[in-house]
Design a protein around this ligand. Structure first.
Ligand SMILES: [Zn+2]
Length: 498
């Protein structure tokens, strides 16, 4: 399909995108959506944080898998992880209510075909848009959309690198054409179009910010006069937020949502992360071996097609002390930090997964971009794109964070680079974990160049945390070179003396 689409002339691609946009407009923003949006806006400031057991009973009443009649039954039900959901898939699904299927990513590499009901879908879009409404964005606000969908042939070499979708009020940008040479055209297009809202993945927005710095276009970025930037789908880390806000001179606000619809967390006007209490029931369960990290366990109030009750999202948060109240006055619970999404973990030698990888860079002010690449258990490469002013003390802070979080046995390398690994779809993921995701990057150009370079310069920028071991390696190398040198000269000496 993509190949045929890419071969079309631009005006036909424009037509296809707008026809698709029209169908989205009709399907997504229907009456049920409008009603639910109004309802969520009303509830926003008066939410009740307690479990609504009536909604749980209603959503599970036709289920072959659950038998929940009261709060005791609910809290007595086991917590379901992804493996359990896969195992009991045929029992949890209720075909009577299935309207559509969505794909979710799985830790084992095989995703899940996730069934949704019609009502659930309308309400999920409504809760996403409630977040936008509180930041003065409506469904008719134009958006510079930086989500990595392939809308143009990746081999295209001339602008335009964007398509305007009138029905959805989006200026869709091609992320795969973003580079130092094209960034100015992207910014100019946004400026000319008088668009004041940008939306994208944190990794893409951080990339854009670093390109702007590289091309020295900071003043043009400020001239866009953006009012707000929103993010979704990935954890927004402090260093990313800081960089993007500094470049564009406006707030970056994040939304945490899941295809499974068991938890929704939004950033308010004061920058606090609030739970959408009326959308689903969220529990926080303390992680083993940690006194401050909590798992997000969520239960749907809405999806009768595939009701997930006490579902372990695999994501973790840090919490405030009890009774913390945000200055915005909302009654909903507040999360201190979303420390990681399931996909952002590293694996230790013994198989333990450690999430919240963005925290390694938390104290580093002069970092434009970062990425962690793990190929084997117990070791990883940390790629860093430095900003001017980066100091050795900052590297030391990173080393301390790595050792504190992953232990002294974890092998690591810190590599300074000008670019990061891009996946086949042009996306730059913050953590690339080859072990369980099954993505094979053996042919990746960036990676093979980097590894080759490293082999040629065995002493450059390698920090494995074990000074003695490294010292012995250097000494052995020195002795080896010395012996070779000595042998050659000895042979010459002997030859000459014969
Ligand atoms: Zn608030």
């Amino acid at each position: 399909m993509n190949k045929t689409y890419f071969k079309l002339p631009y005006f036909l691609q424009f037509f296809v995108v707008n026809a698709f946009g029209l169908s989205i407009r009709f399907k997504r923003y229907n009456k049920a959506f409008a009603k639910a949006l109004d309802e969520y806006i009303q509830l926003d400031r008066v939410e009740n944080c307690k479990l609504n057991i009536d909604k749980i009973i209603e959503v599970t009443k036709d289920s072959k898998f659950y038998s929940i009649n009261n709060e005791q039954d609910f809290f007595g039900s086991p917590i379901l992880d992804k493996a359990a959901v896969k195992k009991y898939y045929d029992k949890i699904i209720n075909h009577k209510y299935v309207y559509n299927y969505f794909h979710t990513s799985g830790t084992t590499g095989s995703g899940l075909k996730f069934p949704v009901s019609k009502d659930f879908l309308a309400r999920q879009w409504a809760i996403f848009w409630k977040f936008r409404r509180i930041h003065n964005i409506s469904t008719t606000t134009w958006c510079a959309y930086m989500i990595g969908k392939n809308i143009l042939d990746p081999d295209r070499r001339n602008p335009p690198y964007w398509i305007k979708s009138y029905p959805t009020y989006q200026l869709l940008f091609s992320v795969s054409h973003l580079n130092k040479e094209t960034i100015e055209q992207y910014l100019t297009k946004i400026k000319e179009s008088k668009i004041y809202w940008m939306h994208g993945y944190p990794s893409t927005l951080t990339y854009i910010a670093s390109l702007i710095k590289e091309a020295k276009l900071e003043s043009l970025a400020k001239e866009l006069n953006l009012k707000i930037i929103t993010t979704s789908s990935e954890t927004l880390y402090d260093f990313q937020k800081r960089n993007v806000e500094q470049i564009f001179g406006c707030c970056v606000r994040q939304l945490y949502g899941l295809t499974e619809g068991v938890a929704n967390i939004f950033e308010c006007e004061h920058g606090s992360l609030h739970i959408d209490e009326s959308f689903s029931y969220v529990e926080f369960v303390r992680e083993e071996n940690s006194c401050e990290d909590y798992k997000i366990i969520g239960s749907t109030y809405l999806n009768k097609a595939f009701p997930l009750i006490r579902y372990d999202t695999g994501d973790t948060v840090k919490l405030f002390e009890e009774n913390y109240k945000c200055p915005c006055g909302r009654k909903s619970r507040v999360v201190k930090e979303i420390i990681g999404r399931e996909q952002d973990y590293l694996i230790l030698f013994d198989g333990t997964k450690v999430g919240g990888s963005g925290f390694f860079f938390k104290k580093l002010v002069h970092v434009n971009r970062a990425q962690i690449y793990q190929r084997r258990k117990g070791e990883a490469i940390f790629f860093l794109v430095k900003a001017p002013g980066f100091t050795e003390e900052e590297e030391q802070l990173l080393v301390e964070e790595i050792t504190n979080k992953l232990g002294k046995n974890f092998k690591y390398e810190i590599r300074y680079t000008n670019d990061l690994i891009k996946l086949k779809n042009g996306k730059t993921k913050f953590v690339i974990n080859e072990i369980e995701t099954g993505c094979n990057l053996s042919n990746n150009q960036f990676l093979s160049n980097n590894i080759k370079k490293e082999k040629q310069e065995p002493n450059s920028d390698i920090t494995n945390g074990n000074v003695w071991k490294e010292g012995i390696q250097v000494l052995a190398l020195f002795l080896f070179k010395y012996i070779i040198f000595f042998s050659i000269h000895l042979e010459r000496f002997l030859n000459s003396s014969v």
